[in-house]
Ligand binder design. Structure first.
Ligand SMILES: C[S@@+](CC[C@H](N)C(=O)[O-])C[C@H]1O[C@@H](n2cnc3c(N)ncnc32)[C@H](O)[C@@H]1O
Length: 86
């Protein structure tokens, strides 16, 4: 289910979406760090991630300030040489 990746974080604004994803993953869900919250306000340690996979979230952000906050977080949280997929 986690395709060999061992350090995974999932963030979603919707507690319901997180609950459904956890249920879908079954026992594999325990290996994931789950975060509820708004991506435009989320705090991550600098260079925390090697891969940032946006699963159709950025297009929800229609206000320039929210898009700016999002990009700031990607730039801070993805380590140099990492990848951001959208
Ligand atoms: C198209 S769905 C993708 C669902 C699921 N993540 C997946 O990969 O199949 C987009 C998700 O973005 C979440 N979302 C929308 N605005 C958000 C925000 N500001 N911060 C975090 N998540 C947000 C929604 O709750 C929704 O679950």
């Amino acid at each position: 289910m986690t395709e060999g990746y061992t350090d995974l974080t999932v963030l979603d604004l919707s507690a319901k979406a997180i609950a459904v994803a956890k249920q879908r993953l079954g026992k594999h869900a325990d290996a994931i760090h789950w975060m509820g919250g708004d991506i435009t306000r989320a705090e991550f340690p600098i260079h925390r991630f090697g891969i940032w996979h946006d699963r159709a979230v950025f297009h929800f952000l229609t206000a320039p300030a929210d898009r700016h906050a999002y990009v700031e977080r990607v730039m801070r949280a993805v380590r140099p040489g990492g990848h951001a997929l959208s």
